[in-house]
Unconditional design. Structure first.
Length: 140
């Protein structure tokens, strides 16, 4: 997918070397760019015009975190997507579909620079989420 996601809000806390939190939290945002899926989509034909299917995908994306105190940090994350879908054929090779998807990115250690460049630290980041896709298509 060549389209980047909209930014989502988040916050992060920075512990010092004694494990104490320097700031309670810093508001920030993250954005997902260049997502991709390599999918296996087995289906079952209910009728000439209707199909239900499952989806199992290897998934990846670049996630960019930024806030007002730390430089933007990029992480290439991979994981999997599982889902169920339904397609309904219409006239003239058109179809409509709906998919319910769950995506889980594997936890990954990311190196970040702390507030105002004071310290470098490693952060374990992971993500998961649900997506409902509703759309239309044209079968060639």
């Amino acid at each position: 997918m060549p389209i980047a996601s909209r930014c989502a809000k988040t916050s992060v806390s920075f512990p010092n070397s004694y494990g104490e939190v320097l700031l309670s939290s810093i508001p920030g945002s993250y954005q997902m760019k260049n997502p991709y899926n390599i999918s296996l989509i087995p289906g079952y034909k209910l009728s000439k015009a209707r199909v239900i299917y499952g989806k199992v995908s290897y998934t990846g994306a670049t996630v960019i975190y930024s806030d007002s105190l730390t430089p933007a940090t990029r992480a290439n994350m991979t994981g999997y997507t599982l889902g169920l879908g339904y397609k309904q054929a219409l006239e003239n090779r058109l179809y409509v579909f709906v998919e319910d998807l769950y995506t889980k990115f594997q936890d990954q250690t990311v190196s970040m620079t702390g507030p105002a460049g004071i310290t470098n630290f490693n952060l374990t980041a992971g993500a998961s989420g649900y997506t409902l896709l509703i759309g239309a298509g044209y079968r060639f």
